[in-house]
Design a binder for this molecule. Structure first.
Ligand code: G3H
Ligand code: ZN
Length: 282
């Protein structure tokens, strides 16, 4: 199936789009296998940090485009947490259907000016833009999880920048390995009422299943998740290596890692798009 423009992906997603990060080819395969198993659309994300790890954007981006075209479900390709305008340009040239410009660390006026300029450039190429206001706690240890996005400011930010989706701070925090985040559902509802574009939850790994379902019911439309899937992937690889320490072929431990991640992706997508939600997974 061809790559789907991110705007269209929202249109064909029943309730909320799962947006999952990949660093490795096996994780990319797991995301698409899980979505196919669930029969639901998915957003594949490559972050600026993943590009730094790989040393280049193009090889993983090309693999993602090719794998998406071979998949049987609609999928979009998103550049996550980009702070570098040149990387956004490169992503647009590589065929990404959306980008997140992360100017949340900038003062208000500068965040608006830069986001507006990048949004204009992306829109001329038909690329959907997500931005962030009120930094989601925990990213690089820079901000506390107590940060909250004000609904009035969020509405002004969207009006002044023209962005297509907005990441908001409502209590989640990046890179949590326990699912204990307390989400301000009242604030999600207030933001939903004030903001005319899809709301995005970052740091969703720290949010348990029941709260994820409630967050979607409250109006969140894109759920970004990475750490939980890394935990599942690495845990399965670790189990495999511990049970067979003589292993030398990477396929021996990457196969169960990929399978475990695909299974969790399928369950997450089903959870995000079921009403009422299926039984919770710890
Ligand atoms: O942008 C990506 C996400 O916000 C992932 O956060 O690793 O805490 O799930 P997480
Ligand atoms: Zn994030």
């Amino acid at each position: 199936m061809p790559l789907v423009p991110t705007q269209e992906l929202f249109a064909v997603t029943p309730l909320a789009a799962g947006a999952f990060n990949t660093v490795l080819l096996e994780q990319l395969e797991a995301i698409l296998a899980g979505a196919t198993r669930a029969g639901l659309p998915v957003i594949v994300q490559i972050s600026e940090n993943a590009v730094a790890y790989r040393g280049a954007l193009a090889p993983l981006a090309a693999a993602a485009r090719t794998a998406i075209e071979a998949a049987g479900i609609p999928a979009a390709l998103h550049l996550d947490h980009a702070t570098r305008p040149d990387l956004i340009e490169e992503a647009v040239a590589c065929g990404f259907t959306s980008v997140m410009y992360d100017g949340a660390h900038l003062p208000w006026a500068e965040n608006i000016a830069r986001t507006r300029e990048i949004t204009g450039r992306c829109h001329r190429r038909g690329v959907f833009v997500e931005a962030e206001l009120g930094e989601v706690g925990g990213k690089d240890g820079a901000h506390a999880p107590g940060v909250r996005t004000d609904p009035g400011e969020a509405a002004r930010f969207v009006a002044e920048t023209g962005v297509d989706a907005l990441a908001v701070a409502v209590g989640s925090s990046h890179r949590m390995t326990e699912r204990t985040a307390a989400i301000d559902l009242e604030l999600v509802r207030a933001l939903r009422a004030a903001v005319p574009v899809p709301l995005v939850l970052h740091g969703s790994s720290g949010v348990d299943d029941a709260t994820l379902a409630a967050v979607v019911r409250a109006g969140m439309r894109k759920i970004n998740m990475s750490t939980l899937l890394n935990t599942v992937f690495t845990g399965a690889a670790r189990d495999s290596l511990e049970s067979a320490p003589e292993t030398v072929d990477p396929r021996t431990y990457l196969r169960p890692a990929r399978e475990a991640m695909a299974d969790r992706v399928a369950r997450l997508l089903t959870l995000l798009n079921s009403s009422p939600a299926p039984p919770a997974v710890p």
